[in-house]
Each structure stands twice: as structure tokens, then as C-alpha cells.
Write a protein that binds this ligand. Structure first.
Ligand SMILES: Cc1ncc(COP(=O)(O)O)c(C=O)c1O
Length: 347
């Protein structure tokens, strides 16, 4: 599961409790309190060099809802949206829900980075949007700034939107940083940034995300939110702003994730038949299981019988032959999971 194996930072919990005790339980500003929207604007400038005004930030019930709004804003029924396959399992059904047509363009087989020629070839007159998710769930790929600039160039050439799902932006293990397409030449007028508190602050159950981008698109996002969710829980807004300053927790979690990544990769690479692709970001290992002679579904069923839960990615377009294993969980569980896999596949 993509569930961080950490407690939510205690400062955030305290702020949420204070919010309740102070009676912040009534309707409030739909896109989120100005304090929180300003905190997001400051956060993006500080960590990702993204310059957006607080009035162009919409706080949503999870990144998921921000994605849904961004799909509704950028596509009409029948329009095509390019996904880089394999991609996160919810994009396709979410696009289909609103009548848009997902067009899966496979990433490069060697490193799961975008195949730029294939993206170019997939653009038709119905294409309206390219979805970028870097660091990527499930592959762990972190696209380089040059690759992202080329994607922006394609979007500029064909006047397309980019929806950039940056929920793993703080989880990068490479010597080059996460770069938002918004900051690249031609990017700011066509990129909608989706992000949220679930992953880096271990706040999955608080359902807090945000969407930002060009003002006209954010006008549509505010209308979408006003007529559906209204807003996120009022008492959580200050807590979300507090989280954005919890750099010590984010950094501590990252040190732990790096350790867990090493343990997971080391353990898996000792098991014959598995080809482990080095994760460049996020907290998943993408493992080629074809060398075991099993399909990914057979492998996942066998693993479950051995007491290990993992995701067979043929459930996602373009993920055939691979499984996704999360190392977000605690070290002990990782060691135990590796022991069970070895007992099943080796001993
Ligand atoms: C790529 C990606 N985007 C979005 C989400 C949804 O995040 P949230 O919990 O903020 O809705 C997830 C959660 O697993 C994810 O992996």
C-alpha cells in the first residue's frame, strides 16, 4: 500500500485538536482559508521554485479530488488525455468517469522514462492534456528536467494542458531534483499542479490535497469545489499549514525511506528470477517477475499465500509482468516480507 509507515507529525495533530476546540467546525471559504492558501504558495516557492498567488490555490479533499477537478477542467467528453503507461491506477477510471478518453503511451522499457517520440506520435486533434507523474507511482521513475522540458515543448506545440501529479515531489533519491513542468519555459500557462499531504507528511486519512495553476483554470476549480465538496474540514486548515513547516519530520521520514529502499532492493535482488529496477523516487520498487516463469497475477497470488501483499501491475495498462512492492511500511515488516518471499521462492 502507499501508506506511509509513520505517525502524522505531533505538531499537526495538536493543531487539528486545537482547531476543533476553538470551534472551527462551521462552513468557511471554499478554496481553503487564506492562511492555508498563502502557506501553500510560500511552500511551493520555497521547495519547488513555483510562483503562484494564494488566490490561485484550491485546497481539496485529497490529491485525488484535485485530479478529478483538473481532468474536468482540461477535457470535455470525447477528448483524449495522454497517460504515460504504466501509471497510477486511478487516472484511467477517473478520466472515463467524465467521458474523456485515456490514451496510454508506454514509457521506455529500459528506465521507465518518457518515450518522447511515442508521445509526439500519440497526439491527435482530439488530444487536450498530457498527465505527468514524476516521481512516478508505480515505476519510481523521476523524469529529468530535459525530458520534462520536451514534454512541455510538445504541449506548447499542440496547445495542450499538462496535469502534473507531484504528490511524491519530496521523495527523490537522485542527484537531480524534482522539477515541476510549471517552472519550465512555456509551462506556467498550461500546467495544473496537483499535490497533497498524504505521502510526505503521513496524513493519508486527513484527506488533504491542493490544486494550483493558471488563474482561469483555478476559477473553474473553485466552481467545481463550490458545487461538490464545498471545502475541506475547517478545523484541519491550520493543521495543514503547520505541516508545511514540518521540514524536520519530512527529512526524517526520507532518511528512513532511503534505509528501507536499500533493505528492500538488497533483499529482492538476492532472489533468483526477480529483476529489480532501482527506484529513483517515491516509495515503491517495480519488479520484473517474468524470470520466475509466473505471470504477475500468479506471482501476486503466490506471494499472498506466502503472507506478502503486493500489486500485480497487469491490473494497470502497460504493467504486465511486473509487481509493485511498497517500502513505505516499517523496517521490521520489510525484513519479514523478504523472509517470507525467500521461504516461498528459494528455500
Ligand atoms: C500518484 C498518486 N496520485 C495521487 C494519489 C492520491 O493521494 P491522496 O491521498 O492525496 O488522494 C496517490 C495515492 O496513492 C498516488 O499514488
Amino acid at each position: 500500500m502507499g501508506e506511509p509507515g509513520f505517525d502524522t507529525p505531533s505538531e499537526v495533530i495538536e493543531a487539528a485538536i486545537n482547531g476543533l476546540e476553538q470551534g472551527n467546525t462551521k462552513y468557511t471559504r471554499g478554496p481553503g482559508s487564506m492562511e492555508l492558501c498563502q502557506a501553500v504558495s510560500d511552500y511551493l516557492a520555497k521547495h519547488h521554485s513555483v510562483e503562484v498567488g494564494a488566490e490561485d490555490v484550491v485546497i481539496t479533499p485529497g490529491a485525488k479530488q484535485a485530479l478529478l477537478y483538473s481532468f474536468m477542467i482540461t477535457t470535455m467528453p470525447g477528448d483524449e488525455a495522454i497517460l504515460l503507461a504504466p501509471s497510477w491506477a486511478s487516472y484511467e477510471p477517473m478520466l472515463e468517469l467524465i467521458g474523456a478518453v485515456p490514451v496510454n503511451v508506454p514509457v521506455r522499457k529500459d528506465n521507465f522514462h518518457p518515450d518522447l517520440d511515442a508521445i509526439r506520435a500519440a497526439v491527435t486533434e482530439r488530444t487536450r492534456m498530457i498527465l505527468v507523474n514524476s516521481p512516478c507511482n508505480p515505476t519510481g521513475a523521476v523524469f529529468t528536467p530535459a525530458e520534462l522540458q520536451e514534454i512541455v515543448d510538445i504541449a506548447v506545440e499542440h496547445d495542450l494542458w499538462i496535469v502534473s501529479d507531484e504528490i511524491y515531489a519530496r521523495l527523490v533519491w537522485m542527484d537531480y531534483p524534482h522539477v515541476s513542468p510549471y517552472t519550465l519555459t512555456g509551462g506556467s500557462e498550461r500546467t495544473l499542479i496537483v499535490n497533497g499531504w498524504s505521502k510526505s507528511w503521513a496524513m493519508t486519512g486527513m484527506r488533504l490535497g491542493f490544486l494550483t495553476g493558471p488563474s482561469d483554470a483555478m476559477g473553474a476549480a473553485k466552481k467545481s469545489q463550490a458545487n461538490s465538496a464545498s471545502h475541506v474540514p475547517t478545523f484541519l486548515m491550520h493543521a495543514a499549514a503547520v505541516a508545511l513547516d514540518c521540514d524536520d519530520s519530512v527529512e526524517e521520514f526520507n532518511r528512513e525511506y532511503l534505509k528501507r529502499r536499500e533493505i528492500m532492493m538488497g533483499g529482492l535482488s538476492e532472489i533468483p528470477g526477480l529483476r529489480v529496477v532501482e527506484p529513483e523516487g517515491a516509495f515503491y520498487v517495480f519488479v520484473d517477475v517474468t524470470g520466475t516463469g509466473m505471470t504477475d497475477i500468479e506471482f501476486a497470488d503466490g506471494a499472498l499465500e506466502a503472507g506478502v501483499q503486493l500489486i500485480p501491475t497487469s491490473l494497470i495498462t502497460g504493467g504486465e509482468g511486473f509487481v509493485r512492492i511498497s517500502y513505505a511500511t516499517d523496517e521490521e515488516a520489510i525484513y519479514e516480507g523478504l523472509r517470507r518471499l525467500r521461504a516461498w521462492l528459494v528455500d
